[in-house]
Design a protein around this ligand. Sequence first.
Ligand code: COA
Ligand code: AMP
Length: 642
Amino acid sequence: METALTLAIDTHPYIQAYRHSLEHPEAFWAKAASAIDWVRPPTRIFDADAGVYGRWFVDGWCNACYNAVDRHVATRGAQTAILYDSPVAGEKRSISYAQLQDEVSAAGAMLQTLGVRKGDRVLIYMPMIPEAVIAMLACARIGAVHSVVFGGFAAKELAARIDDAAPRVVLSASCGIETRRIVPYKPLLDEAIRQANHVPAACVILQRPQAIAELNDGRDHDWAAMIEAIRRAGGASACEPMLATDPLYILYTSGTTGNPKGVVRDCGGYLVALQWTMRHLYGVRPGETFWCASDVGWVVGHSYIVYGPLLNGCTTVLYEGKPVGTPDAGAFWRVISDYGVAVLFTAPTALRVIRREDPEGNQRERHHLYSLRALFLAGERADPDTVQWAQRQLGVPVIDHWWQTETGWCIVGNPVVGDRLPLKAGSPTVPMPGYALHILDADGQRLGANRMGTIAIKLPLPPGNLPTLWRADARFRDAYLGTFPGYYNTADAGFIDEDGYVFVMGRTDDVINVAGHRLSTGAMEEVIASHAAVAECAVIGVRDALKGETPWGVVVLKANAAGTPDAVEQGLVALVRERIGPVATFKRVVVVPRLPKTRSGKILRSTMKRIADEEDWSIPATVEDPEVLAEIVAAFRQVRAT
Ligand code: COA
Ligand code: AMP
């Protein structure tokens, strides 16, 4: 394999390690794999002929739960594995590695009692409570494939995931808690099962005192009662040996249409990559406390609330709360000081909401943050202003790193192999091992330093990255590998500077990033277009000082549409919330007489975005009728004024 970058900082130990990872990938990853406990270690590190683009550790056998839990029990059984802190439920719990093993073993036995076998899917629809982590690990233990769905999605989204993953069992809770709002999950789950074609054989519901769910005869089971029965019968489950290439989980993510993509994660490569990052990217030692303030429903939560820290024998913090309002803007600083957090990982949007409430950092003064060594940011572009503010507040390095659900771990970051590389504002720094990054133009030609294009990764992708989409190899090829043969298309635009630093500027497709949540404008357009009053629509992601972007629906109404435009607007907001969920944050509808289009009928979404963002824009040469753009300017100006 060739070396992708010519870095001016050649002699830095990390850059040498990076080059080694590209020139001798098998040697690099074989060494990294030795940090994992294998049932049978791999003798073949990479098989270029297996799978869609090759597979890692093809003949290795391992178990993710064993590596995350059981292997630590002998040496650190009494150490806290999970610190659950819920300001919204008024509850704190500490679970040791020995207790976690016991809980996970019982939950695995519970799944087996319900007929779950190796390779079966289990859908997990739970808030940020310890049972969510226990459920994931229990699946990993018995060889079931988990698919966690974020609580902010509505029934229709849940139904789409149930149909695609076809789970044998669904594990859920009676409710989530959004600051003060109780979100009953059971009605959403029931509605999703009603809408889905696939019917799970059983649902197990963890009852929370804030909202007791009604259980249906036959299909529904009570989590606590089942676990108690398992314990009474002395039930336990063992770690099932898994091929490294077996799926560990499916995680759905937004694509360009309403049909979410089931990103598959394999067992072996994921463990190896995460273990490498814990030591060399985050620089945490076993026994230290690591806090990823995200949600188990996102990839970041899978990798760095659950698997990464536990693999490394760390204590992981499970925080069920918000950065502000639970109860105040000092919440994050309180958690760091209460638990001696060494490394915090969050999204820039969380810092922006803290800053808005407490710009001077008065809350921060009330807490001791001596334990904190570094703050990592991901999920969206980290604006230099927020990074500098955080650096001033915390006095530790604030390190941006670039991620995708598909990759499972970061693509570009700043590791601790030797000293960290100097930070550059606006750049997440350099590619991680195994990622051969190139900037390509529309024809797939490589561009030189500082030239903006699509960021592509030369195949093969390193361990931990998706081998395919769930039961959809052709869609995987089409969506990621088709545009630039021999490359994975990240669908992010950016450039690499003369020192090899990567700058990630934004998506090239219809995906937007709202408060660190990845959303599909195409999915929202499908919902809006289904409204009886709508003739045409386009959804654009408009710059937002707090959430990074928020969606605006630009809508043309039918001539004979019933109801006032105001009523239609409210109806559309309610419809998107009902079909996609509150997480879509869809609150703004702009009614316009016509949509701007090219002569071939393509809607000029990016021009509208530039206008809405109040950036410089020009009339595209291909525009069908420039007058329409004047109408858009007027309509957006009016929206901004209200
Ligand atoms: N269940 C139900 N509803 C949820 C939910 C969940 N798990 N998560 C969010 N929602 C709801 C919110 O209550 C809100 O509803 P509202 O419109 O009635 O107010 C809506 O979805 C939008 O939520 P969000 O945009 O997340 O705003 P917020 O004010 O609730 O939270 C942040 C703001 C910054 C705390 C939050 O967006 C966040 O933590 N973002 C980081 C995401 C992340 O970790 N990404 C991964 C990369 S690190
Ligand atoms: P998700 O799959 O939800 O993790 O979202 C992935 C997308 O979020 C990427 O394709 C980027 O567009 C964006 N993203 C994530 N991290 C960063 C970052 N550090 N800088 C810029 N964009 C980011």
